[in-house]
Design a protein around this ligand. Structure first.
Ligand code: NI
Length: 432
């Protein structure tokens, strides 16, 4: 089926710069097959009028836990360790059946409705999530969160994770990482084993690193090193690594991240909400590290909206560094799109609108107050848009949302199931 988006303002990445001008985009099957030039033999089965529209590459949420969307507003105003060990983990222990499937769909609805086309998910419910992704039409990189202490290749979770990776190979929108959870839940031998197996399997690692002061202090007390050094010494960085958070990093940690080409995912809302502080993103960027953007799970964010993260990212660093030049709108937009694709090893498929790449894009309304006047649209994307401008979303060449109606997911059914799950888990009766 051929789709044409006709005469729409479009963000194209040309010669190292994002430029916005009117273009027509031709999509056939999964791919972008032409920009302004209709390919020979192209049949226009669907024409999307570009009047008052802005086409952007789909946003990439480079760190989340989608199933946690059912835990939105359930664990608030708590210290990080109380949030994780006393509140979130006990809820997770009580999940059953298809809970994680419905939770992931809820997260994916929110992402699609705010222009995200691809996400990087770490959790314990791979099969439920891959099923949800196959149905929603989103692109996703998925890993099972792994915890342990021994170098034991017969470890149950590990064996299951490897089987799950094999299982998901039938969907080309899915890719997989290895997911040792964090230095404070994975002993050095266990991390070494994860790194060895990831190397053998030729897959990357997605891990939480240096998220809180407590984590760094305990690491120094127990192992006399930083969490970044701990991961390096266990061999984690010998495979392509995505490190979520990196809030408590030292200048020498930043050098290590650069040396090993680790991609850093910053999660500003989650870090602020849990009282963990601000990752030194301008300094990490200045060192030449690939920085991308994530929401983290809705239990700590409490949303899955990358537009909100773009605003937080740029504003907190301008504010804390007392210089408005430290992160520009252009840099923020790159962080939310192509840097995420690079981190996920998907830069040949997604992250920019280019002929030959997969058609992963969001079409935003420009005839709404947050985008008016249509003067500096890259600034609008970072500073004034809130995600609700997203009108139509195309992923892998398929229209998954049109005029804000999601075509692939029965939204009402998801809300019905989420209410039922929350009622069973007692998450609907929070008292204040
Ligand atoms: Ni996380």
């Amino acid at each position: 089926m051929g789709i044409v988006i006709k005469d729409a303002l479009t963000v194209l990445f040309e010669n190292g710069i994002d430029r916005i001008a009117k273009h027509s985009i031709y999509i056939e099957g999964e791919d972008i097959v032409g920009i302004d030039r209709k390919p020979d033999g192209f049949s226009e089965d669907k024409v999307i009028d570009g009047k008052d529209r802005l086409v952007i590459p789909g946003l990439i949420n480079a760190h989340t836990h989608t199933y946690m969307s059912m835990m939105r507003n359930c664990a608030d105003d708590l210290s990080f360790m109380d949030w994780l060990f006393k509140t979130v983990n006990p809820i997770e222990d009580r999940l059953e059946g298809d809970d994680a499937y419905w939770g992931s769909l809820l997260g994916q609805i929110e992402m699609i409705k705010s222009g995200t086309t691809c996400f990087n998910d770490q959790q314990m419910h791979i099969k439920k999530t891959t099923r949800a992704v196959k149905e929603s039409g989103m692109r996703a990189a998925i890993c099972r969160g792994l915890v342990g202490n021994e170098y034991d290749r017969s470890d149950r979770r590990l064996t299951e994770a490897l089987a799950e990776i094999e299982d998901g190979k039938d969907c080309d929108r899915l890719s997989f990482f290895f997911g040792p959870h964090a230095p404070y839940t994975c002993g050095p031998e266990y991390l070494r084993m994860c790194a060895d197996i990831a190397k053998e399997k030729n897959i990357g690692i997605h891990i939480h690193l240096s998220e809180s002061v407590t984590e760094s202090e305990n690491m120094m007390k127990d192992h006399n090193c930083t969490p970044i050094e701990y991961a390096r010494d266990a061999g984690v960085f010998e495979v392509p690594t995505i490190a979520a958070h990196c809030v408590q990093v030292t200048p020498s940690d930043i050098e290590i991240l650069k040396k090993y080409n680790v991609s850093v995912v910053t999660n500003p809302a989650s870090n602020m909400k849990l009282g963990n502080g601000f990752a030194p993103i301008p300094e990490i960027m200045a060192a030449g590290v690939n920085v991308c953007l994530g929401t983290d799970g809705a239990a700590s964010n409490n949303g899955q909206n990358i537009f909100r993260e773009m605003a937080f990212l740029s504003l907190i660093h301008k504010g804390t560094h007392k210089t408005p030049q430290c992160i520009s709108a252009k840099e923020t937009f790159a962080i939310a799109t192509r840097n995420g694709a690079k981190a996920l090893g998907l830069e040949k498929k997604t992250g920019t609108i280019e002929v030959g790449k997969k058609a992963d894009l969001a079409i935003l309304r420009l005839d709404v107050p947050s985008m008016m006047p249509n003067n500096n649209l890259l600034a609008a994307l970072c500073y004034s848009a809130n995600g609700s401008e997203t009108d139509t979303v195309i992923i892998n060449g398929k229209v998954v949302m049109e005029n804000r109606e999601i075509k692939t997911i029965d939204e009402e059914k998801v809300y019905y199931e989420i209410r039922k799950i929350c009622s069973r888990l007692g998450l609907d009766k929070k008292e204040y």
